[in-house]
Design a protein around this ligand. Structure first.
Ligand code: CA
Length: 225
């Protein structure tokens, strides 16, 4: 799936690109409203979703959205807006966007919104991740180890999904803090350890020997044998 991100803050644009690419999306960037609108008008068939910042140079996200809707383009659009701009909620929804998110936001929530916007018939989506006797159902969020269901919190689920998509690969702490938590990850750096500890206990019931190991000073690895 391909996503267009129109965002003038370069660092945020690149962070979004990296985060979305890690989730398996192909991402193109545009840095102002005019360039964004041009790209949408010419290439909208290439995109499954468009993420538009509200405050953009040359043309606001709401204007871009309104204009492309006027030309009959129905590609799902999600608008990003700062907290101080929330009063423009009505403007946003009038613009014809499908959803909006307030900055700063948590990546996992953005991913969930994108999944909702791009929802395809279930049969086309891989709905289960399997590693040894670990089975994670991505639709129902149910987790089974050795055929027994184990409860997960939403954050544990996101964390486990991230690990299970990368079996036997080194997952750096910074990847987790960038992609799963939010931009102010300092406040989460301790709780990451706590979540990993809890997840490790839950995975510990594996009979096929799957373990979540710590790679000293770097991160973690979901080891399958
Ligand atoms: Ca902006």
């Amino acid at each position: 799936m391909r996503i267009l991100v129109v965002e003038d803050e370069q660092s945020l644009a690149r962070l979004l690109k990296r985060g979305l690419e890690n989730e398996g999306y192909v991402v193109d960037l545009a840095f102002d409203g005019q360039a964004g609108q041009q790209r949408i008008e010419l290439h909208y068939r290439d995109y499954d979703t468009i993420i538009l910042d509200l405050m953009l140079p040359k043309r606001t996200g709401a204007e871009v959205c309104k204009n492309v809707r006027k030309s009959g383009i129905t590609t799902p659009i999600l608008i990003l807006t700062a907290k101080s701009e929330v009063e423009s909620k009505v403007t946003l929804l009038d613009s014809g966007c499908d959803d909006y998110m307030i900055k700063p936001f948590v990546f996992s929530e953005l991913f969930a919104r994108i999944r909702a916007l791009t929802r395809r018939p279930e049969s086309l989506l891989p709905s289960e991740l399997k590693i040894g006797d670990l089975v994670l159902d991505l639709n129902t969020q149910k987790f089974k180890v050795d055929n027994k269901e184990i409860g997960l919190t939403l954050k544990e689920f996101r964390l486990l999904e991230y690990f299970m998509r990368r079996p036997d690969k080194l997952v750096k702490r910074v990847d987790l803090t960038d992609n799963i938590w939010d931009f102010n990850y300092d406040s989460f750096s301790n709780s990451l350890e706590v979540y990993v500890f809890r997840l490790r206990k839950k995975i510990g019931k594996s009979k096929t020997g799957v373990v979540l190991e710590t790679v000293r000073g770097t991160g973690y690895r979901l080891k399958t044998k």
